[in-house]
Design a protein around this ligand. Structure first.
Ligand code: HEM
Length: 457
């Protein structure tokens, strides 16, 4: 008789039977999971309960649902992070209530708009390093994976601007380790392979090794070369909190986990937005031309200065439209604590509710020609007409993204600088397909070749 007992280390979090990712694997594994989600939520008029043996998942796809869950009755809907604990530890993104507020407080100041001017030269340094690399890539003509390129840039920006440290790790290597976990669609297949007796050891060891490496990253950053010995950075704020005897909840482990959170939440999402925007621009040359024209009109031939960033409005609209078409966080998941009613449907305590950002962003109820790339949707005039809560790249309410404004500055500067010198050309054979992991990633990546602008215009 075949022994079907599954032994896996729960601390690794892979293939947890209760995990929503595990349950949704059949949907995520579809050829086009987002189109399927759009069709299904439309068929069920925006509320799609999925009844499983011992739990219920309710997919929600209307702006008023998002308002109920994220804003009006937010205290009833707590965070859900099964299967992803190794990535985030006990960082604030995963916790709720009074403790969340307490943990967030000492970090808040690092994201005050007044700090961004201080970050500006560090962001520019990261972008300049990327430009040097792209110069070499243009020379060699090799094909590169764009998400790896942009992740490297985003990680470098977080290390320099927020931590005042040189990036001490090989980002391509680290990026791959994290994928072992964030590629949640694999959780089930990984477990299934193990149930069938194949690859059992390999999968488990790979996952454990990946997490060991990921766990070591914050310490390596703390011990890395200090850039300018700035007095107040996000890292010093975390260290001060950890050393404060009156703040026992915030120990060294908390500081390490907060760093892990920033090194993922502040990099993966920003990187995907930049990579998808470069894909869209490579297929919409008229928009690429407008970015270059805007850059020239605002700063001529020289690098942008801090007080010019706000004037790069078209570039920012391209980023906003990219996040509409490809929201890096395509679903916001919460657990209901108490009974509630949404759109005539009873929500029970313990139900997992999923606010489907992707569906909201692609619905023709809220957007004209939703599949069309049209950055002008984000012009001031047209934004006034937008249905509230139909655009949620950074979520909404008190748990919305702490780094949303910063990410837009990072990506605006990156687009302007990179596109003034280079023309990145998408060289995939077909339109990229979507792979729904925790984030919305391109299936098989985004292959690009980098050309110098003088070789293409
Ligand atoms: C395009 C870029 C980004 C996108 C699309 C994005 C999206 C989001 C979303 C949707 C959430 C809420 C998740 C939920 O409610 O379940 C979130 C939370 C968060 N994000 Fe971002 N993010 C981006 C960039 C950044 C950056 C640059 C940082 C920091 C350097 C950052 C740090 C965080 C943190 C710490 C939280 C948790 C906040 C809390 O729970 O209090 N994010 N982000």
């Amino acid at each position: 008789m075949v022994d079907m007992t599954v032994t896996y280390a729960p601390s690794h979090g892979l293939g947890e039977e209760q995990s929503i990712w595990f349950k949704l694997t059949p949907l995520l594994a579809q050829e086009n999971p987002m189109q399927m989600l759009l069709r299904l939520t439309d068929k069920y008029n925006g509320v799609m309960p999925v009844n499983l043996k011992n739990q219920r998942i309710v997919m929600l796809a209307k702006p008023e649902h998002a308002q109920r869950v994220l804003v009006d009755n937010a205290e009833n809907y707590t965070k859900y992070f099964d299967g992803l604990r190794p990535i985030f530890g006990k960082s604030m993104i995963t916790i709720d209530g009074a403790l969340w507020q307490k943990i967030r407080m000492p970090q808040q100041a690092a994201f005050h708009p007044g700090m961004f001017e201080e970050y500006f030269p560090y962001l520019m340094n990261s972008i300049n390093s990327k430009m040097e690399r792209w110069d070499q890539l243009a020379e060699s003509g090799e094909t590169i994976e764009m998400v790896e390129e942009t992740w490297t840039l985003a990680a470098d920006m977080v290390c320099r601007a927020l931590f005042d440290r040189e990036m001490p790790f090989n980002p391509h290597f680290i990026f791959k380790q994290v994928k072992t976990y964030t590629d949640v669609g694999n959780h089930k297949s990984i477990r299934m392979r193990r149930v069938n007796g194949e690859l059992e050891e390999i999968t488990q060891e790979t996952a454990a090794k990946a997490m060991e490496i990921w766990d070591s990253v914050p310490d390596s950053v703390m011990n890395a070369a200090i850039i300018d010995n700035r007095e107040k950075t996000l890292l010093t704020m975390l260290q001060d909190a950890a050393e404060n005897p009156e703040f026992p909840e915030f120990d060294h482990r908390q500081a390490v986990d907060e760093m892990k959170q920033y090194l993922w939440a502040g990099t993966e999402t920003t990187a995907l937005t930049l990579a998808w925007s470069l894909y869209l621009l490579s297929t919409h040359p008229e928009a690429l031309k407008r970015i270059r024209e805007e850059a020239y009109a605002v700063c001529g031939d020289r690098d942008p200065e801090w007080n010019e960033v706000q004037q790069l409005t078209y570039t920012r609209m391209v980023i906003q439209e990219t996040m509409r078409l490809y929201p890096p966080i395509w679903a916001l998941i919460r657990i209901a604590q108490e009974e509630d009613e949404i759109d005539g449907h009873k929500i029970n305590p313990g139900d997992k509710v999923v606010v489907c950002t992707y569906v909201l962003h692609h619905s023709d109820k809220y957007w004209n020609n939703p599949e069309e790339f049209d950055p002008e949707r984000f012009s001031r005039e047209r934004m006034k007409k937008r249905v509230k809560y139909s655009y949620l790249p950074f979520a909404a309410g008190r748990r919305s993204c702490i780094g949303g404004a910063l990410s837009q500055i990072e990506n605006t500067l990156a687009l302007v600088q990179l596109l003034r010198r280079f023309t990145p050309e998408y060289v995939g054979e077909e339109e990229p397909k979507i792979h729904a992991t925790v984030t919305l990633t391109p299936k098989g990546g985004l292959p690009f070749r980098i050309k110098r602008i003088e070789d293409t215009v």
